[in-house]
Design a protein around this ligand. Sequence first.
Ligand code: SF4
Length: 394
Amino acid sequence: METQTCVSEQADAKAARAAIARAWRGEPLGSADAVALISCPEQELSRLLKAASRLRDRGKGRLLTYSPKVFLPVTNLCRDRCTYCTFRKEPDDPEAWTMTREEIADWSRRGRELGCREALVCLGDKPERAYPRYRQTLAELGVASTIAYVREACAIALEAGLLPHTNAGLMSRAELELLRPVNASMGLMLENISPRLRGRGQPHQWAPDKTPALRVQTIEWAGQLSVPFTTGILVGIGETLAERAESLLAIRDLHARHGHIQEVIIQNFRAKSEIAMAQALEPQPLEMARAIATARLLLGPAMNIQAPPNLSPDHLELFLAAGVNDWGGISPLTSDFVNPEAPWPHLAELRARCARAGFELRPRLPVYPEYIDPAWIDPGLTDRVRRAAAELRS
Ligand code: SF4
């Protein structure tokens, strides 16, 4: 038995070494390579991290970015019930809310005063399909749909000097078209490509909007409409290593078709007492490092790869070694509404830690510099985005 284990470990190590070498030479990687990388055995881990780190340096240099943002959780009602979620509330929960126009304007103004550039407009998926009481709220607000209200929220944030980035869950092509003129970029986490996670007892059993094919469709439409787009995977929700690898390949393929994926987030599941998955194991730091490094090798030196620093505050240096080049949105005003227990890092401390690891930390806009181009930004926003980019550089 021991001999068999040893033979299989040697085979895994050999497969990982071959995949790393292929990635380094810029050769296309397939499913078997992706699985070999993400399940890289301990003995080859430093080789994997070194390759990913060097590839990041080749494309991004020693620069780490973050987006100073204000969170605008327009509504925390959602028709889905993901078993790891703390964001969604039932309509009769005292913490359920839908932001008023005044709150949106006030939070936006305060965020801008504190130096924010991004308005992260974030909400539950299709609440009007589930809750008559929320349909009444929309009627009182004088709007026909949540997306129509989100468009107004974006316009209010723009008025306050922010650049919106909307993540409203699944959207139709028409909805994406409606929001494009008021968004610098948009996003939707793929989370995972496996339909198995929608099955009985799985985290997405009660989440129709987490059907992978539908999420791929939304991301595809965003590409067809030239929307700079953020997506990513959620690590540790019960997926296998192969499913994790296939999810990264699906993102790579979407980007190959449309060139619109500006950023890929590798986000770790966090267990919390109030969720159905309270007892589930969180992914280990080295598991995250393998996922980050695999993303870097599959997606190449030019891709922006992000891991949220507030979800792994003790492992930032490891993630740097695995090839990240961005820390995502960090807010001086609002908490992380999706992970409220995880405070944002202090910028000065984050800057010092990056510097100790040999990196410079710099703010960025919600749209990455390579997408600040009329081909990607609505004509009504182009000047505004260019001005903001120039201010950030000065
Ligand atoms: S994770 Fe998103 S889609 Fe799932 S229940 Fe929470 S808010 Fe809804």
